[in-house]
Ligand binder design. Sequence first.
Ligand SMILES: Cc1ncc(COP(=O)(O)O)c(C=O)c1O
Length: 375
Amino acid sequence: MKSPEGIAADMIPTGRPSLGAEELNAIKEVLESGMIVQGPKVAAFEKAFAEYVGVKNAVAVNSGTAALHVALIAVGVKPGKEVVVPPITFIATASTVLMCGGQPTFADVEKDLYTMDPRDAKKALSPRTKVIIPVHLYGQAADMDPLLELAREKGLVVLEDAAQAHGAVYKGRKAGSMGDAACFSFYATKTMTTAEGGMVVTNDDEIARKCRLLRDHGQESKYEHVILGYNYRMTEVAAALGLVQLKRLDNFITRRRQNAAILTNGLSGIGSVTPPVEGPDRLHTYYQYILRLEQDFPCSREDLINKLGAEGIASKPSYPVPLYRQKALKGKVRARKCKVAEEVLPRLLELPVHPLVPRNGLETAVAVIRSTAGQ
Ligand SMILES: Cc1ncc(COP(=O)(O)O)c(C=O)c1O
């Protein structure tokens, strides 16, 4: 048996979904009903998710990538338009811009938070800029107020990429409720899952209407296609899973925060490692626990991964390179060198923090890192 990311069963993996009897029963009920494609469960999941985030509309789709794709089209990204994205994120944040014919460009991240630096976002703007996508990275919201202010000043759209930040909070507001629209992912290792799935949320009825059309071949009613669209529909099976997982979400977050606190307390006082920082007025949900090894850490990241692995703890680098260096994006983006991302990425390390990590696994991780650091 392997975890969703292919890690052997005797290791504590960096990601593992928490699925139990309630999820099993919910799926069974859908299968027995015979109604397995987009229907009442999807509608109920959309309603519950919109309420949770605190927005008017939610549109369920079959991945976070699909959510970004339809949302970007709905807000008007097309050839000739630029979209500002951060260099530390999953490729879908930028590839979906290209899928619309737009061009991604990059704004650097803040050193300790790893989310988009609003000062560099301002520098990244051009007369063609249409949208800013702050990514709420690793479970923590980007610094939204200055980004929203910048967008207001320049007449830009803010699309939150909240794929990693279900339940995260910024100044009392939930991730996904602050921009013109936001996108979530329910991939297997996300803080809550539908196996694969995604959601667009927005207070804007017109954006929501366009997303609904785009996910279903532009159908307004059966076989009446008013625009060209896609098949990005969510299944009833996925929505049934989502309804159960959403009920459990706050408990998942509590567990992740408790696990993160054990790691951070255990690692405190080691000068050569920097645990994740919870920014001011934020609630970090620790979708990922990302440690930074400083220049004076006595061994390489690879060696530390091997030492942790020998004790049954999986760990892995975060994204390998700033996104603009990915082969698939070469020549297609307006590259801007992002100094902070270049500097921190080779030193970031993900440790397991999900709700199924046992306490002794956290303690072992701390002990291995402390002893490697000579503490
Ligand atoms: C920041 C970010 N954006 C977008 C996505 C895309 O979501 P999905 O994998 O559900 O297509 C992901 C998830 O992997 C992500 O982490």
